[in-house]
Design a protein around this ligand. Structure first.
Ligand code: NDP
Ligand code: 2IT
Length: 446
């Protein structure tokens, strides 16, 4: 699909950003879709829009020193990549995980630009995080780390500048510690500087559920487009964190049955359907491992080390991390009769896997479209903060549902318009790109 101009840009990006393999992968996937767009819009080449989009507006890397419970000084690295602000203030989560380095934050920030454009809300793209590992840390250690992280980050963020939120390893507890430190340093109660806040101090109903619910709404639309529904379907959801939990909840609500979920230790299989209240208790309250599910559900099976995608299912929703679905996994899913894949995680399928899903012509919803409900509801939280209002659960969920339906419709129609009917990769990349590109052209060379 690559034309010569795009191939040159891709080579430049890889040469300029050596070693950042996940970033290269994310750029490659978008550029592969843009040939027909450049043919229709020669002005984008003239304004060097693609080259500009591939270069973050600002990249911040900082030291995060903190003291652990044994009084030992620890040093981590913090990041915030402010990628693109053509459509609004930089918006995107913070990830705390030992695998974090600049290439991960840049891939996530790059994806976020197009995802945020797809929501139709006024938000630009950014991402941040740290190589800090929250696993096994005490609440005190988490607090001291978050305070140190915010002591540098606070000078870069703001309601009109950059609005971080959660991602892997960052949930309500961490957002609380960071919000508290921001407030203390600045002596200002600025609700709009972070999203994912607690309900008593500026948070929005539905934000916790939004990414999972939104991903299921997206898959529901894909199924509907094929005259089908979730009712009676067997599903597999990887991960057991924020996104996975509310994905399982919504699938069960819609009449599907989730038979497996996982964490980095392995996966559990429960043929009766995963008992979500047990997973919530285990993960949200006790911060335990999915393996412990079998202590209370003797009939369930824990599989260490195997691939969760070997479990036969009709709907697969990867909701853990990047590149968790290999070409081999994708082949197995298709062979086992999977008809729909909705990505709750960011870039969970490898390029080999994506190719297999597209060739099999199953309904494949890429992360930047399927998981956009989380950031969309963050933007709804920003709206509520700006108007000092708070909306009901039902109203906010309705807004989220409408946003996801619109994303599906726009991706579906754009794919058709550009000659790739049913291909949501093409639809999402082109629709998101066009919005950002038109805004950048309008604003001149900045
Ligand atoms: P959480 O930290 O709540 O949960 C992450 C889950 O994925 C855990 O079960 C974790 O297992 C597992 N996991 C993480 N890294 C790995 C790994 N390297 N190998 C195997 N399992 C892993 O994060 P979220 O649920 O918030 O995020 C999940 C995915 O969804 C990410 O890709 C994130 O970028 C994406 N996303 C999140 C949004 C949000 O609003 N939170 C919005 C849009 C996308 P373990 O505990 O063992 O590490
Ligand atoms: O990947 C994502 O979209 C998120 N982690 C959510 C970002 C946000 O600002 O709510």
């Amino acid at each position: 699909m690559y034309n010569e101009k795009l191939a040159i840009i891709y080579d430049e990006v890889t040469a300029r950003n050596p070693g950042e393999v996940e970033f290269h992968q994310a750029v490659n996937e978008v550029l592969e879709c843009l040939g027909p767009v450049l043919a229709r819009h020669p002005e984008f080449a003239q304004h060097k829009i693609i080259r500009r989009i591939c270069e973050p507006e600002r990249q911040i890397i900082f030291r995060v020193p903190w003291v652990d419970d044994s009084h030992e000084v620890q040093i981590n690295r913090g990041f915030r990549v402010e990628f693109n602000s053509a459509l609004g203030p930089y918006k995107g989560g913070l990830r705390f995980h030992p695998s974090v380095y600049l290439g991960i934050i840049k891939f996530l920030g790059f994806e976020q630009i197009f995802k945020n454009a797809l929501t139709g809300l006024p938000i630009g793209g950014g991402k941040g995080g740290s190589d800090f590992d929250p696993k096994g840390k005490s609440d005190g250690e988490i607090m001291r780390f978050c305070q140190s992280f915010m002591t540098e980050l606070y000078r870069h963020i703001g309601e009109y500048t950059d609005v971080p939120a959660g991602d892997i390893g960052v949930g309500g507890r961490e957002i609380g510690f960071m919000f508290g430190q921001y407030k203390r340093i600045t002596n200002r109660y600025e609700s709009g500087i972070l999203t994912g806040k607690g309900l008593d101090w500026g948070g929005s109903l539905v934000r916790t559920e939004a990414t999972g619910y939104g991903s299921v709404y997206f898959v529901e639309e894909m199924l509907k487009a094929r005259g089908d529904s979730f009712d009676g379907k067997t599903a597999v959801v990887s991960g057991s964190g924020n996104v996975a939990i509310y994905t399982i909840e919504k699938i069960h609500e819609l009449g599907g049955k989730v038979v497996a979920c996982s964490d980095s230790g392995g996966y559990i299989y429960d043929e009766k359907g995963i008992d979500l209240s047990s997973i919530k208790l285990l993960k949200e309250i006790q911060r335990g491992r999915v393996e412990e599910y079998t202590d209370t559900h003797k009939h369930a099976k824990f599989v260490k080390g195997g691939s969760i995608w070997d479990v036969p299912c009709e709907v697969a929703m990867p909701s853990a991390t990047e590149n968790e679905v290999s070409g081999k996994d994708a082949k197995k899913l298709v062979e086992n009769g999977c008809i729909a894949v909705g990505e709750g995680a960011n870039m969970p399928t490898t390029p080999e896997g994506v190719k297999i899903f597209l060739e099999a012509k199953i309904a494949y919803g890429p992360g930047k479209a399927a998981n956009a409900g989380g950031v969309a509801t963050s933007a709804l939280e920003m709206q509520q903060n700006a108007s000092r209002d708070s909306w009901t659960f039902e109203y906010t969920d309705r807004r989220l549902h409408t946003i996801m339906r619109n994303i599906h419709k726009n991706c579906f129609e754009t794919a058709e318009e550009y000659g790739s009917p049913g291909n949501y990769v093409v639809g999402s990349n082109i629709y998101g790109f066009l919005k950002v590109a038109h805004a950048m052209v309008a604003m001149g060379v900045i």
